[in-house]
Design a protein around this ligand. Structure first.
Ligand SMILES: *[C@@H]1O[C@H](CO)[C@@H](O)[C@H](O)[C@H]1NC(C)=O
Ligand SMILES: *[C@@H]1O[C@H](CO)[C@@H](O)[C@H](O)[C@H]1NC(C)=O
Ligand SMILES: *[C@@H]1O[C@H](CO)[C@@H](O)[C@H](O)[C@H]1NC(C)=O
Length: 339
């Protein structure tokens, strides 16, 4: 066992012993994103304002922030989209998702640190990221998700690695024999405090974009239709050149996946499985995924102020006045900002 593996193991043991609050932890959502040290809020679907029954089954989740840059959606159990719905609009940005008004400002080449609210050990699989431009006057605010056309910019390759000397990273929680000697992209993510970094492509044209980040959990995928897709979307305002140098693809998310693809219907815990074919469209050849060795946890240093897009090319800083609260209970003092 190498020292790095040993430290990974100890982190993982520490995580499973301290952070696992039982069945509630079986799913997840986007906690927040961090860009250059600044935090932008995600979205917790277990929201007591939108679903009053939620407190009966979950750990008293807090209301959502009115200046969240993440799309809201209706998976009240923090759950997933199943392969049966791969051609349904729910696969685009999760169940009945709608776009917020706020956008997180970024520059091409910036790293976006995507923080999940935990991830269960044993929910192994690939981590994928796509972007789609929004062309409306208000950027991606309230955009028709059916019109979004996507480019894949990360697919967490190699996804599955066979470790030397049959090292046993996993499966601490379930003791699955099939996991001996293997490391999945999700294991790398868990070791980085359940987070994943994505680079905003260099050469991206100035404008508003939706970033679609997704984990496909394969622990039940040996059964056809048993894979679990966890897509989360958030809005970005990219301060790029007027004419960027990269050409975007135009994939419709409802055509990304098929339930019989070899990377979707796969016995992921079978000892004989030594490599993995990532489903979905081909990744853009200009994309620059962040390698495993650079995946690391990130503590935010400040609160970020999102922007609103006006006249498709201009932005103003978000304030409580210009964005009436639509979700959650706003704490005005805290969220009121004059830029
Ligand atoms: C597919 O989506 C519909 C609408 O959100 C939902 O009612 C149904 O349960 C989903 N099917 C599966 C297998 O998850
Ligand atoms: C998956 O592989 C494991 C290990 O070989 C095996 O025990 C299990 O029955 C397989 N599952 C299915 C549904 O084929
Ligand atoms: C890990 O992530 C949680 C949020 O899920 C955060 O509160 C915590 O500070 C993070 N820890 C580190 C070391 O990054």
């Amino acid at each position: 066992m190498t020292p790095s593996t040993r430290s990974l193991l100890s982190i993982l043991f520490a995580l499973t012993s301290t952070l696992t609050p039982g069945p509630v932890f079986a799913h997840s959502h986007l906690s927040h994103i961090v860009i250059n040290g600044a935090l932008y809020h995600g979205y917790d679907p277990r929201n007591p304002v939108e679903n009053p029954d939620i407190n009966k089954t979950h750990n008293n989740p807090r209301p959502n922030y009115p200046d969240s840059v993440a799309w809201s959606y209706a998976a009240f159990d923090d759950g997933f989209v199943a392969p049966a719905n791969y051609s349904h609009p729910d696969i685009i940005c999760h169940i009945s998702a709608t776009s917020p008004k706020a956008h997180a400002p970024v520059r091409p080449g910036d790293l976006i640190h995507i923080q999940w609210n935990g991830w269960p050990v044993g929910h192994i699989g690939p981590i994928l990221t796509y972007i789609a431009p929004c062309e409306s006057q208000s950027g991606c605010a309230g955009v028709d998700k059916m019109m979004l056309r996507w480019t894949k910019i990360d697919e967490s390759r190699p996804v599955l690695e066979v470790l030397p000397n049959n090292e046993n990273l996993w499966d601490v929680e379930h003791g699955r024999a099939g996991m001996i000697g293997k490391r999945w992209a999700t294991d790398v993510m868990i070791a980085a405090n359940n987070s994943w970094q994505v680079m905003v492509p260099k050469g991206l044209t100035r404008g508003a974009y939706v970033m679609r980040h997704e984990i496909i959990a394969l622990h039940f995928a040996a059964k056809r239709g048993g894979a679990q897709n966890y897509p989360v979307c958030f809005n970005l305002w990219v301060e790029g050149e007027k004419e960027g140098s990269v050409t975007l693809d135009s994939y419709d998310a409802r055509e990304f996946y098929r339930d019989d693809h070899i990377g979707v219907w796969v016995n992921a815990t079978a000892p004989a499985l030594t490599s993995y074919i990532v489903p979905g469209p081909t990744m853009a050849n200009w994309a620059t995924p962040v390698p495993y060795a650079q995946q690391t946890s990130m503590l935010p240093r400040s609160d970020g102020t999102p922007v609103l897009v006006t006249r498709s090319t201009e932005t103003v800083l978000w304030t409580a006045e210009v964005t009436p609260t639509t979700t959650g209970r706003a704490v005005r003092d805290k969220y009121h900002r004059n830029g």
